[in-house]
Design a protein around this ligand. Structure first.
Ligand code: M5T
Ligand code: MG
Length: 605
């Protein structure tokens, strides 16, 4: 086995092992059912030989070791017994088969369940960078299509493999008892079958991988299409998108057909070889039956065995196929599971239970992973506990990047960020994030009730607290107009809310969390100046106890901040209080003048 296949196999095995008892029961049931199945031709042979003996008046030769004797019995009774034996065997066979399937299929479902849970748990640990590098559709395809292929490997493949093996052993035993040369003739095609199957395995593996890659591509495309449907429609790009999807889909079908071609050739060859085996058995076995070295019943049994083994032998092909697909899929799932969670707790993490919120940046520089340009250069700043820092600057100046470093959504490339004097890298990640309320520039809401969206960060929440949080962000009035108040369900990503309502829901979410450090990243951009003032007024008592960072474009939002920094191309260009900055007559002053003028113009309007 190739090393990557071995590791994929060990990976799957680590999941199956947890259910070893079920595996054991399942395999015992399979051994039993396969054995029972090989007895059926023995009974049929007995029936044929018995009837023939009565016809010809010859002595009844007991076929296959005296399983069935017929001394001093009337034909009626003998046939009745044989019939009952067949029925009994069929019933036992059915029960054993049902049990084996229940056991083994349930293992495969358990494996799928465990794997999916691990997959999601792992993805939750990954950083933003990971999600920027991996498309949602691709990650989804691995969770559905690939884990599905692994499930088929664990359940149906185990059933197929063990029943083929066991049936082969038992059938071989009975066949050898009937006639050794005949058995060899019947099994002559086997080496060719193994050779052909083996030679195609690599090809199947590669083709399957290409199909899975294409599924990822398709899923990504579909997913982007659905989430961007408004843009697509407003730019009348439907036709283009349909065409583009069709092309991907065509590629998908082409790849599937290539696999089907290899598959069906394989199948045809296998059937052909088995057919040859059967012809040889009839030809040689027929002559043996004529010259009396085997009985007619034995010939019939022999033919049944060849038929019985034919299907499992072909299924070895299918099995290898499932096996290869499963291994390829396991490799794809492993790729994700093995990707290290780059931002996590380490040995340096201290035991801490709370932080008070004194924030400091020491010569922080930052470059987005995989890019070359520094987005932030040598940033040093300090926000004492309970104070309010404002960040202004042109679009693209690096404001969002700066605040994202605080809850460690990204790590600084150089320098240190300290909270209460300790490097945030040594603060337990969960504690750090729990103590920070970040209202992102682009609010994301879940298709759930408004109340649940606000209470998102908190497991136990009460209506009153939610109401108060909604009041602080001036959302209360809007909520009262919704059909079900707080319990109103908002569409996917909050599609049924206005931009400002979405922003205010996000602010309520952060407020309810009662964080030590509150960060508003341009969180008031979608509300009018009047509402903005109201929100700021309502937030004031909340903010005075906490460290607050406000990123804004409007100077009105930040006028009363304790400290203001002006970012320009990732560097602090100016800093001070509102008054100090105005006196400087630099960038801030220009911004202020411009905005004042705009306001005046609006008033004239
Ligand atoms: C600052 C670049 C971006 C810009 C600069 C999010 C992100 C940004 N950038 C990346 O290279 N990769 C990324 O994943 O970083 O961006 P910002 O910090 O988002 O700027 P801002 O918040 O000041 O701008 P705005 O428009 O929100 O006021 O060059 O290309
Ligand atoms: Mg921004």
């Amino acid at each position: 086995m190739k090393p990557e296949n071995r590791s994929a196999f060990n990976f799957i095995n680590s999941y199956i092992k947890r259910y070893w008892l079920l595996v054991l029961f399942g395999i015992v049931a399979i051994i039993f059912s396969s054995f029972i199945q090989t007895i059926i031709p023995v009974i049929t042979a007995a029936v044929i030989d018995y009837i023939r003996a009565i016809h010809t008046g010859a002595e009844y030769k007991v076929p296959l070791y005296g399983f069935i004797t017929a001394e001093n019995q009337s034909p009626k009774i003998v046939l009745l017994w044989l019939g009952l034996a067949l029925t009994g065997v069929a019933v036992v066979l059915a029960v054993a088969r049902i049990l084996s399937r229940i056991y083994l299929i349930s293992i495969s479902r358990h494996v799928e369940y465990d794997m999916l849970n691990d997959y999601l748990r792992h993805l939750q640990k990954m950083s933003q960078h990971f999600f920027q590098q991996n498309k949602t559709g691709d990650l989804m395809a691995r969770a559905t299509s690939d884990i599905g292929a692994i499930r088929r490997l664990t359940g149906p493949a185990i059933i197929q493999f063990s029943s083929t093996l066991v049936m082969f052993i038992f059938a071989l035993y009975f066949m050898l008892r009937i006639s050794i040369p005949l058995t060899f003739i019947a099994l002559a095609p086997l080496p060719f079958i193994v050779f052909i199957v083996y030679s195609r395995v690599g090809k199947i593996h590669a083709l399957f991988n290409r199909i899975q890659e294409q599924i990822s591509q398709l899923t990504s495309r579909a997913q982007e299409n659905f989430s961007g449907i408004r843009v697509i429609k407003s730019y009348v790009r439907e036709k283009f998108e349909i065409e583009a999807f069709k092309e991907e889909n065509d590629e998908y079908i082409r790849r599937n057909i290539s696999l089907a071609r290899v598959d069906s050739f394989l199948h045809a060859w296998l059937e052909f070889l088995l057919g040859l085996g059967l012809i040889a058995v009839i030809w040689l076995g027929g002559r043996q039956a004529i010259d009396g070295s085997i009985t007619l019943g034995e010939l019939v049994a022999m033919i049944s065995y060849v038929g019985m083994l034919g299907w499992p032998m072909i299924s070895v092909g299918i099995l290898l196929n499932i096996w290869q697909r499963g291994l390829a899929a396991a490799q794809r799932v492993q790729e994700v599971l093995n990707a290290p969670a780059d931002i996590r707790d380490s040995e340096m993490t201290r035991a801490m239970s709370d932080i008070s919120g004194d924030l400091e940046f020491k010569n922080v520089s930052f470059v987005y992973p995989g890019t070359a340009k520094a987005v932030l250069t040598n940033i040093s700043l300090r926000v004492p506990r309970g104070k309010k820092l404002a960040i202004v600057g042109a679009t693209g100046a690096g404001k969002t990047s700066l605040v994202h470093l605080i809850p460690r959504l990204y790590e600084p490339t150089e320098g240190q960020i300290l909270i209460d004097g300790v490097d945030i890298k040594t603060i337990p990640l969960q504690l750090l994030r729990r103590c920070i309320g970040l209202v992102q520039q682009e609010s994301f809401l879940f298709s759930d009730s408004i109340a649940d969206n606000i209470a998102f960060g908190i497991i136990e929440h009460d209506e009153d607290a939610i109401s108060r949080a909604a009041e602080a962000s001036q959302l209360k009035l809007d909520i009262d107009q919704f059909p079900d108040g707080l319990e109103t369900i908002i569409g996917e990503r909050g599609i049924t809310l206005s931009g400002g309502q979405k922003q205010r829901t996000s602010i309520s979410r952060a407020v309810l969390k009662s964080p030590r450090i509150l960060i508003l990243d341009d969180a008031l951009s979608a509300v009018d100046t009047y509402t903005e003032e109201e929100i700021l007024r309502a937030l004031r008592p909340i903010m005075c106890e906490r460290t607050t960072i406000i990123v804004a474009h409007r100077i009105s939002t930040i006028r009363d901040a304790d400290h203001i920094i002006v970012l320009q191309d990732g560097v602090i260009a100016e800093e001070g209080t509102h008054q100090q900055l105005l006196e400087k007559k630099g960038i801030y002053f220009d911004m202020h003048e411009r905005q004042k003028l705009e306001e005046k113009l609006l008033e004239i309007d």
